[in-house]
Write a protein that binds this ligand. Structure first.
Ligand SMILES: [Fe+2]
Ligand SMILES: [Fe+2]
Length: 276
């Protein structure tokens, strides 16, 4: 076994009575180069679930953050309480203040804790904007080139300047890409860059086109039906052995993917384990 990934935070849970779900995402990763945590959930489940699934947060070599949104970064402070001095890999826009506005109500979407507090708790931030190898075979995508015509940036995410709201293109969105003997293992955060753009970039940067597994937030559940269908059509053309639907995929889209990918599809929720 090269990699063991255990989903610690996700929107759904089944048959684990003392673990809990939340709108968030976090994966505990065991590798021959040490253990890592990819994202930290919203903050309401990570500690409970790490204890439930017996994943020791004090034994992690690094924390990797997919992007600045609170449902991926909200648990960071609590994780640091256990992990202590730890490298935290992320895009330099981690601390930007971003918002959504729905029905006239503005909501803060960013990381809920300031840099000083996190550093006092032991965070050692390592920022990257380009494709970066963290340990041999485990790469963080950096900013993903947005090339497809049908994958559009979120239209309801905002930054503020003197003139008012400006669109947040969420260029800080990063994906974890692992190169294994069985093929690529791609762990998505929220796929704000577009799942097809992400796959294309992973293939381009690694030179590997067989995808052993791809799982995480696909973003397919929160975009227009037309964009979703075009992305799903495009997905069929890749050599994907296992595809796991999580987080911003939603149940309806997960069912659509199940219909298409059948035995290659899996629900990827709290407690799901992927071994490669
Ligand atoms: Fe997000
Ligand atoms: Fe998310």
């Amino acid at each position: 076994m090269e990699i063991k990934a255990t989903i610690l935070c996700e929107n759904y849970i089944f048959a684990y009575s003392n673990a809990i779900a939340e709108h968030g995402w976090s994966v505990y990763l065991e590798t021959k180069h040490g253990n890592f945590l990819f994202d930290t959930g919203e903050g309401g489940t990570i500690i409970n679930n790490a204890q439930f699934f017996k994943k020791d947060l004090s034994k992690i070599k690094g924390i990797i953050l997919s992007h600045h949104h609170h449902d991926h970064t909200g648990g960071l402070l609590q994780v640091l309480n256990y992990a202590g001095k730890t490298k935290v890999y992320s895009h330099p826009e981690l601390f930007k203040k971003s918002y959504s506005v729905r029905n006239g109500i503005e909501r803060y979407l960013g990381i809920p804790h300031c840099r000083e507090i996190l550093e006092n708790k032991g965070a050692e931030f390592i920022f990257n904007t380009t494709f970066t190898e963290i340990v041999p075979g485990i790469m963080l995508s950096g900013e993903v080139p947005r090339k497809t015509s049908f994958e559009r940036s979120d239209t309801n995410k905002w930054l503020k300047d003197e003139s008012g709201y400006i669109q947040d293109l969420i260029m800080d969105d990063q994906t974890l890409i692992m190169s294994t003997k069985k093929g690529l293992v791609i762990i998505l955060g929220c796929s704000h860059s577009g799942i097809i753009n992400i796959i294309n970039y992973a293939i381009e940067r690694t030179g590997q086109s067989h995808i052993h597994s791809i799982f995480g937030g696909t973003h397919l559940g929160v975009i227009s039906k037309e964009a979703k269908n075009r992305s799903i059509e495009a997905l069929k053309r890749y050599n994907i052995e296992n595809i796991g639907a999580s987080h911003c995929t939603g149940l309806e889209t997960a069912m659509q993917l199940l219909e298409i990918f059948r035995e290659r599809f899996f629900f990827c929720n709290v407690g799901t384990v992927i071994e490669v």
